[in-house]
Design a protein around this ligand. Structure first.
Ligand SMILES: NC(=O)c1ccc[n+]([C@@H]2O[C@H](COP(=O)([O-])OP(=O)(O)OC[C@H]3O[C@@H](n4cnc5c(N)ncnc54)[C@H](O)[C@@H]3O)[C@@H](O)[C@H]2O)c1
Length: 439
């Protein structure tokens, strides 16, 4: 390795080790903001960059909009100048590291939408200075860092592994999880060259508890897709078992709980009203899109996607049948949706199955209301709904459907007040009665 290259690596290594490296995080959402806060807490000077002025203004006032980052944690970091936010990408010319945490949604056709990554990388390339470390964290298909990001950054004329360093590190944050958070979730990182991996691993080791280096960016990209595909397929299996149990009259929840007592070789997954969030319903299709190009059909993914996609329909059929058993038609009935976030105790409604269930109920002529302590308004088709009081609405509705089992709900009272409840999460575990219908 020429000595000029070792000098570039040594300089960056020293800056990282001494925490004088200036850190940049592009995309300040559920992933980027907690990461920025961890590096600021570790003593680095962190600059967050986002395209939304509203977000950067809030953050510069010490106000967080991400549930897992309390303003009380953010504010001292802003006051001590360890964290600041901007919409101006030119600040990158002063930074030593840049993590990219922008969205990676699917297009309507279920193809990856890479436009956010491309746009962020084009901005970064404009201002990237020699001796910088760039790390992509957005979930994506294997090959992205090498085939898409690297060519954009090499347009600067700089050579990777020599004048700048490039890694992929999957983000594994689990919003709302009080035990496993950004700081204590092991961080996998793979670089384009060994020097990139070394610097990436060193960088994370100064703010996070455990780092797991792998040999390439593609391995690191594939790790994330394996994890989320594993989850999506196992939820699909749990949903299919639920459909089977329903048909033959067995309580699927009791079956899973009993199976989970096996001390080896079984891991419980639970059925539900459908998949939600920005990860599990989406990420596996990044993998199937990529493998299709290599001539491999991802059949498990397609099948689990189909079964999971049927669940909102199954739930609405269940509501309709339960109402019919009480001699009421679904059309014109009041159905109250309890919980609309995509999972328990969080405020995120992206891809939430509640949206599908609400849409299907409306389509079949039901009058719908909702309650959710974390979601102040809900758009269903073109209708904007405000939340109702859960106890009053449960009393008034012809049917209550539990979509998200937030801990705040008073299930005891709801079970007593409601005329009919369809419980898709086993939130009413242990409670029975002719008015309680389980998935
Ligand atoms: N939310 C999760 O639980 C989670 C977990 C693991 C991985 N991920 C992955 O992390 C990535 C980010 O997800 P998220 O949930 O944080 O998304 P998010 O929508 O909460 O945040 C993304 C942020 O990026 C900003 N942004 C968009 N385009 C930009 C650009 N060109 N430049 C700068 N900022 C830009 C948006 O304004 C937003 O603030 C995705 O790839 C996602 O799949 C998410």
């Amino acid at each position: 390795m020429p000595s000029s290259v070792t000098t570039v690596i040594d300089v960056l290594r020293d800056k990282i080790q001494s925490r004088t490296a200036r850190v940049g995080i592009v995309g300040l959402g559920y992933v980027g903001l907690p990461l920025a806060v961890e590096f600021a807490k570790a003593g680095f000077s962190v600059t967050g960059i986002d395209v939304e002025q509203r977000k950067t203004s809030l953050l510069n006032r010490g106000e967080s909009y991400i549930q897992d980052v309390p303003s009380a944690v953010l504010r001292p970091l802003v006051e001590s100048k360890h964290f600041q936010a901007t919409t101006d990408f030119s600040v990158i010319s002063e930074l030593d590291t840049v993590n990219i945490c922008v969205p990676t949604p699917l297009r309507k056709t279920k193809d990856p939408d890479m436009s956010y990554i491309v746009s962020a990388c084009q901005q970064i390339a404009k201002y990237l200075k020699p001796g910088s470390l760039v790390i992509l964290e957005s979930t994506t298909y294997p090959g992205t860092t090498d085939e898409l990001v690297l060519p954009i950054l090499e347009k600067t004329g700089m050579k990777v592994g020599e004048q700048f360093f490039l890694c992929f590190s999957p983000e594994r944050v689990d919003p709302g999880n009080p035990t496993h958070q950004t700081a204590n979730i092991p961080k996998v990182v793979g670089g384009i060259t060994p020097a990139c991996t070394e610097l990436g691993a060193l960088f994370y080791s100064l703010a996070l508890e455990k780092v797991v280096p792998v040999t390439s960016t593609s391995v690191a990209e594939m790790v994330k897709l394996l994890e989320n595909t594993f989850r999506m397929i196992n939820i699909g299996l749990a949903n299919e078992i639920a459909l089977m149990c329903d048909r033959i009259g067995i309580n699927v929840w009791e079956v899973i709980d009993a199976a989970a007592t096996k001390p080896f070789g079984f891991m419980p997954f639970y059925p539900g009203p459908g998949l939600g969030g920005h990860c599990i319903p989406i990420d596996p299709f990044y993998l199937s899109w990529k493998t299709k190009q290599a001539g491999i059909e991802a059949r498990f993914i397609e099948l689990a996607g189909y079964i999971n996609g049927q669940m909102p329909h199954f739930v609405v059929d269940k509501i309709q049948n339960a109402l019919n058993d009480q001699a009421k038609p679904l059309r014109g009935s009041h159905v109250h949706i309890l919980g609309v976030a995509y999972k328990r105790n969080i405020d995120d409604v992206r891809e939430s199955p509640a949206l599908d269930v609400a849409h299907l109920l409306k389509k079949r002529g039901a009058h719908i209301t909702y309650s959710d302590p974390f979601v102040p308004s809900l758009k269903v088709d073109d209708q904007e709904l405000a939340p109702e009081d859960p106890l009053e609405a449960s009393h008034d509705a012809d049917c209550v459907v539990i979509i998200t089992d937030h801990s705040d709900f008073d299930y005891e009272t709801i079970a007593r007040k409601a005329k009919l409840i369809v419980d898709t999460r086993n939130a009413l575990k242990g409670k029975t009665g002719p008015h309680i219908v389980r998935l």
